[in-house]
Design a binder for this molecule. Structure first.
Ligand SMILES: [Zn+2]
Length: 73
């Protein structure tokens, strides 16, 4: 496992486990530190507006949230 330390925060998709690099990959972040990669976010019904650079419809992530976070959503 290669650890890069270039100042970019990177994490892994909560669904499929692929690396998602903040700032480079368009991912959907949710909860305290959850993130979905682009493919999983779309597959879960997310809709991204590239011109406004924001998600216009959030993907379903309720099955990925820890239980204490689910109660808040
Ligand atoms: Zn994924």
């Amino acid at each position: 496992m290669v650890q890069r330390n270039d100042g970019e925060r990177s994490s892994t998709c909560s669904d499929c486990g692929s690396p998602v690099e903040a700032g480079r990959d368009r991912g959907f972040s949710f909860g305290s530190d959850g993130v979905l990669c682009w493919a999983c976010a779309l597959r879960r019904g997310g809709s991204y507006d590239a011109r406004r650079e924001r998600w216009t419809r959030a993907p379903r992530v309720d099955d990925l949230l820890p239980r204490h976070e689910q109660e808040r959503y």
